[in-house]
Design a protein. Sequence first.
Length: 231
Amino acid sequence: MSKRSDIIEPYEWTNDRRTGLVYSEILGWIDIGHAQGTDIISLLADFRKGESSSNCSYQITYSQKMFVHKKTFGTGKFVRWEISKGLSVEEIHSIALSMMLTTACLFENYQSQWFFSWHTDSGFSGEDLTSDLLGFYRAILPSNYQSRLQLISKQDALKRWDYYGPIGGYKNKGFLPLLFPNPEKQCVSGKPYKGNLPAFMTWIHPFCDLNSGKVKILTNDGTHYSFMSDQ
């Protein structure tokens, strides 16, 4: 659940920063936590472990979670796939993307249910899915993405927030960015609109050939619970 107080200067977005909110003229609002990509780094490590095992197949689980009451209670969504050993790097990236896309949508839908509305408006919040996708690419191919995103200053980002209101009030159920035009420009409509993803966030395609024998879906909509643990 992004707040006005989360907005930071672009230079404060470092590779090890875990929280914060910035505005990009390319991707709209970016939640730095979602865009960190550490979950994808762990996912890729699981693939490498499976590919190096002596088994002819291995299981991969990918999850997205949230915590409340100072991490007393955690819950989230996960998918679990069985993978046939012997994949190329390109196939691993494609399968990882499919797992992330599926789970992210499940998780956002889960957060949007009435029993979480007392705590958060984050379900399908306008920045979440696009930030998840950015985090995926940052993990797959580390680079200085910040320099490509046309980030605006904290002062200008605050003006966008104050003009349009909290980003949680705008829902985005897809991965295309939701853009908020500069309200100080007279030529703009003053309404948010869907933009296009930059080329550096489209070069991997999600794995779709579920009849290839390379993957088997074991769980496609699992629910995770934890108590007194951040795992």
